[in-house]
Design a protein around this ligand. Structure first.
Ligand SMILES: *Cc1c(COP(=O)(O)O)cnc(C)c1O
Length: 275
């Protein structure tokens, strides 16, 4: 063990022990403070990895939070918000039309019958994991005269409950995507294993990065694999060390959620990280 080098990235721990305990952001100042804290941690993680902090985009995730809270985040500078459920996101988008430059990223599983909603308002969709959804989105986007940035979701944890493609199925999936001209493929997305064991979490991020590096060379024309969307409140620093270009952070900015995670992630732990 390298006990002298405490800055070594191999020692970065998860913050999953904070899950369900993050303090609520109740004012613009709270949001500014939390955003500054997350940006500082991003910068430090980048430093450990020898990366430029400008190469990491912070996506604040506002799911379950009320409109008042989202407006405070906007006042603190957020211009793109991540939401897991299309209906919830659509409702918020409708209610906040007055904020003309606020954009929406849908980061949760999509059923084909909700493609119409996403095609109407989202600027980004991070959970593409089937050709049926790609087809439904393409049809609706063509009808709206819009295009959408998309990320292919990969299941890197091997958990049967998690959404996303099996890594082995990603190459063929990518080869089918150029047929959908309204979908602009930007990269890969994953949710790591939810565990307090940093090394098991890190493995998921490494897998996504290696898959991306492997596929990048002969990606079909028009398929861009620059982005790696990985890492959330409890593990974004580890994700950055492994190459994340987008981190999706909810609770560390907005505060803990009251709605159990199982509502968004089937069989997700409700507050207690596993050991
Ligand atoms: C909720 C959510 C996040 C953010 O999780 P936090 O613990 O709030 O940071 C990230 N990615 C996805 C897909 C989510 O649904």
């Amino acid at each position: 063990m390298n006990i002298d080098n405490t800055e070594s990235s191999s020692q970065t721990q998860t913050q999953h022990d904070q899950h369900g305990r993050w303090p609520q952001a109740e004012s613009v100042e709270d949001f500014r403070h939390n955003l500054a804290e997350v940006h500082a941690r991003i910068a430090t993680a980048c430093q450990r990895a020898g990366r430029d902090p400008a190469s990491v985009r912070l996506l604040p995730v506002s799911k379950t939070k009320p409109e008042t809270s989202l407006r405070l985040a906007y006042a603190a500078g957020c211009r793109l918000l991540g939401e897991n459920k299309p209906q919830e996101a659509y409702r918020k988008w409708e209610a906040m039309q007055d904020l003309g430059d606020l954009q929406w990223s849908v980061i949760g599983h999509l059923q084909t019958n909700k493609a119409k909603l996403v095609a109407r308002f989202a600027s980004e969709f991070q959970a593409l994991d089937s050709l049926r959804v790609a087809e439904a989105l393409e049809r609706r986007l063509q009808a709206e005269g819009r295009a959408l940035d998309v990320f292919v979701q990969v299941n890197t944890s091997g958990e049967a409950s998690k959404y996303g493609l099996n890594p082995d199925d990603v190459p063929a999936f990518l080869r089918a995507l150029p047929a959908f001209s309204a979908l602009r493929v930007r990269g890969l997305m994953t949710l790591a294993l939810f565990s307090a064991e940093a090394e098991r979490v890190r493995k998921c991020f490494v897998l996504l990065r290696e898959l991306r590096d492997q596929l990048r060379h002969d990606a079909p024309h028009g398929i861009d694999l620059d982005e790696l969307s990985m890492g959330m409140s409890g593990d974004y620093e580890i994700a950055i060390e492994e190459g994340a270009t987008i981190v999706r952070v909810g609770q560390a900015i907005f505060g803990a959620r009251l709605t159990p995670d199982s509502y968004y992630w089937p069989t997700a732990p409700d507050g207690e990280p596993d050991q």
